[in-house]
Design a protein around this ligand. Structure first.
Ligand code: FAD
Length: 382
């Protein structure tokens, strides 16, 4: 089975795909098992990615980025899944967090952070979720209180990807704690070496073991007012809502590539493994299951490619991005489960790629806005 090549690919993107594939195979795959045990990737892999120009590909060149588009970020995400190297958090850093700074940051913030993010010298995280609230973002409790020319930030965040390794965190906080929900939220940059910033546990998860996911604590962390993302307080919620469609599309890209990989590794296995004197693939049930999964893969790519082309021309609306996120991630989990079954007991063994595709898939229905929240967004548009 050949791997899908999207209609929006061109020669440059093919070359990028080759480069990304070689990077993941050489610099990540050999370390995945160890990273899974230590629960984070080695720091030097960030710099290696930066040296190859694989970070911040869609950030303008004047800020050290690749000057490309979302298609460049998507290609890297796809090749990461195809290489079976899920731990490196570069896609979140480049396709999501860098865009908060690039789209809303002040000139000084862009110059201070983006070149270092592109070189891999700085690792970034975004902290919205708190122990008490995730989906209901307007109810966050983290406060940023003005004191002279500073903000004093207090609160706690949890489930923060790249949280253990991040040098800078984009924090969602209430700059007007008594104000109305959405208008009271701002995004503020917090450097990890500020007094009062503390990392909690690196959380143990059922999948994505090598990707660090952390609690963060802010005990009266003082940052200058110039760390506010943009010039105006109270725009954080709007900024999040504007960027979340791209984040959701990233998750849909990962889902499409993962569905394809589940089918691919299962085809190989079922043609080799024998039972009752014939390959597992010879049973009609196996053929039907794989026929269905491969059909899902084709439909997933079709819808994803359509969404991606719309996004590249600035036409992807919020409900359509929500449709892509919920449907593709739901299918990702379903296909991984169906395929794992065809491996029998081996499918449950960590050394078999299908077990990792299965375990890593489950969170996709939860983060980036749960799939239930996606359906509420779609329903509002009906
Ligand atoms: C591995 C991992 C990485 C993550 N990375 C990050 C990160 O980098 N930064 C970050 O800020 N967060 C991150 N998250 C947090 C993630 O985005 C949240 O877990 C998610 O948004 C859900 O929030 P919650 O866990 O508080 O669940 P809750 O909001 O408590 O939801 C619980 C259940 O209730 C349902 N529900 C809630 N509201 C509604 C509603 N209105 N209608 C119907 N159903 C509803 C939900 O769909 C869900 O099924 C990460 C989480 C994980 C596990």
């Amino acid at each position: 089975m050949g791997l899908h090549r999207s209609s929006w690919m061109d020669k440059d993107l093919d070359a990028l795909a080759d480069l990304a594939r070689r990077f993941f195979e050489k610099e990540c795959v050999p370390h995945e098992e160890r990273w899974g045990k230590q629960q984070f990737v080695d720091r030097d892999v960030w710099r290696k990615a930066g040296e190859l120009g694989l970070l911040c590909l869609s950030i303008p060149e004047e800020y050290g980025g690749g000057g490309g588009t979302f298609a460049h970020e998507a290609v890297v995400a796809i090749e990461q899944i195809r290489s079976m190297a899920p731990s490196f958090g570069g896609v979140l850093h480049s396709a999501i967090i860098a865009h908060y700074i690039s789209s809303y940051g002040t000139e000084q913030q862009k110059r201070a952070w983006l070149p270092k993010m592109a070189s891999g010298d700085v690792v970034s995280a975004i902290a919205m979720t708190e122990p008490g609230t995730g989906s209901d973002l307007q109810s966050i409790k983290t406060k940023a209180v003005r004191d002279g020319d500073d903000y004093v930030i207090s609160g706690a965040k949890t489930f923060i990807s790249n949280g253990h390794t991040a040098d800078v965190v984009v924090v969602a906080a209430k700059t007007d704690p008594k104000g109305e929900g959405a208008k009271s939220v701002s995004l503020i940059l917090v450097e990890a070496d500020r007094d009062g910033f503390r990392r909690g546990r690196n959380l143990e998860k059922i999948g994505q073991h090598g990707q660090d996911t952390c609690e963060l604590f802010f005990d009266d962390v003082r940052v200058p007012q110039s760390n506010l993302v943009g010039d105006v307080e109270g725009h954080g919620f709007i900024q999040l809502m504007q960027q979340l469609p791209q984040e959701r599309l990233v998750l849909a890209v990962i889902a499409a590539a993962s569905i394809e990989m589940s089918v691919d590794v299962t085809l190989t296995y079922t043609k080799e493994r024998e039972a009752f004197g014939r390959p597992i693939f010879a049973f009609q049930n196996t053929q039907f299951v794989l026929a269905e999964c491969d059909t899902i893969s084709s439909i997933a790519w079709s819808f994803l490619d359509e969404c991606l082309v719309k996004h590249l021309s600035g036409e992807l609306d919020v409900p359509t991005a929500a449709k892509a996120k919920w449907w593709l991630t739901d299918q990702q989990v379903k296909v991984a489960d169906e395929c794992l079954q065809l491996f029998g007991g081996y499918g449950y063994m960590a050394e078999y790629p299908i077990s990792r595709l299965y375990a890593d898939s489950r969170i996709q229905k939860v983060y980036g806005g749960t799939n239930e929240i996606m359906k509420t967004i779609i329903a509002k548009s009906l």
